[in-house]
Design a protein around this ligand. Sequence first.
Ligand SMILES: Cc1cc2nc3c(=O)[nH]c(=O)nc-3n(C[C@H](O)[C@H](O)[C@H](O)COP(=O)(O)OP(=O)(O)OC[C@H]3O[C@@H](n4cnc5c(N)ncnc54)[C@H](O)[C@@H]3O)c2cc1C
Length: 396
Amino acid sequence: MIVGAGMAGVQTAVALRELGWRDGITLLGDEPHPPYDRPPLSKAVLLGAAGAGVDVRFDVDFDALGVDLRLGLRAQALHAEDRHLVTDAGPLPYDHLVLATGAYPVALPGTAGLPGVHLLRTLDDAAALRPVLDARQQVVVVGAGWIGAEFATAARQAGCEVTVVEAAERPLAGVLPEVVTSRMRAWYEEAGVDLRTGTPVSAVEPGAVVLADGSRLAAAAVVVGVGARPATGWLAGSGVRLGDDGAVLADDRLRTTAPGVFAVGDCASFPSARYGERMLIHHWDNALQGPRTAAANVLGGDEPYDPVPYFWSEQFGRFVQYAGHHTDADTLLLRGDPSTAAWSVCWLRGDGRLAAVLAVDRPRDLAQARKLITRSATVDPSLAADPAVPLTAAAR
Ligand SMILES: Cc1cc2nc3c(=O)[nH]c(=O)nc-3n(C[C@H](O)[C@H](O)[C@H](O)COP(=O)(O)OP(=O)(O)OC[C@H]3O[C@@H](n4cnc5c(N)ncnc54)[C@H](O)[C@@H]3O)c2cc1C
């Protein structure tokens, strides 16, 4: 039994079959649509007039795979002690359970149901935003994170007037250092987006966003992109332990605290030996890799899960990729000039190991760094800082 028919749930079903699972697989999803991929929702689906025609469905033949796909069905509760779920359609027993319920976007307090206020997580959310772009409405985006930047990109391309408001002093403040985000600030400006940082929203009213400094921004549409939280409320009292961040606390085999129950994707955190900390990753690659480990372990394997995290973003005409994981204690190396079109940043551990890379339109840097990080390679800092030297040639 797999709960959640997004990327992680679907990949779990696929991996189970690939690894030889012969018994039944039920895949339960509460959305009405056939399972689909989310990254295009803030990119191809919104970009360009043809966007509405983009097919985001996963290319998976569930019948051929022998997967019993139950859509529009919600798991309401879990009784782990006698292995059954409570669903909208009554109880469903299972032998093994994989939790893949993903995350839901955090809303601004008091805005639920307010007309013109949008979130961007689902196909329906994206469909509701197309008319905003087609009508070139005046848009205020709340949150200068990955989703905010991607939506602002599409809205500007459509000809909307766009203001992005961010409570922190800079975009992606909790994720990337100033040397990187100061360039990203310039991307907003170059795209004609009015980016206002250090300005929390104090209220959203019909047709306007009011900021903490008293300024009032007219807004035909408001798009909120202030983060996501694991969709795990339904597991309260189930025996599956959750962290303070709401994530299922999985172990390094992606097992939960309930017997026979695993967890993958955006809904679960896991301890990383590689990075020495528990990680909650809300990126596509984690929803691809985790299921392979979970499926192997459902089948009786003993595989650890300790990936090198990877994600990408497409914003303001740029392809931004990140692999690894860095902390403020790591040494930052610029590879190239951030005021040019293509550049990268590397982070090194105290012992010279490559910890992470961010590549802006330098996919080769990303690909090479990812391999080096995976094998815990150390690099020569002066060679790694030279964009003319391939990163693999900087490895010691
Ligand atoms: C607009 C957008 C753009 C993105 N772009 C990128 C990108 O460029 N790069 C990148 O690396 N990542 C990107 N991501 C993140 C990536 O899409 C997610 O990490 C990935 O979708 C996680 O997959 P998941 O299966 O864990 O969760 P989800 O995709 O959230 O799927 C979970 C599913 O479970 C369902 N569900 C929840 N609760 C229940 C329940 N109780 N019963 C039944 N079903 C339930 C949900 O409705 C949902 O359909 C983007 C995400 C969004 C929203």
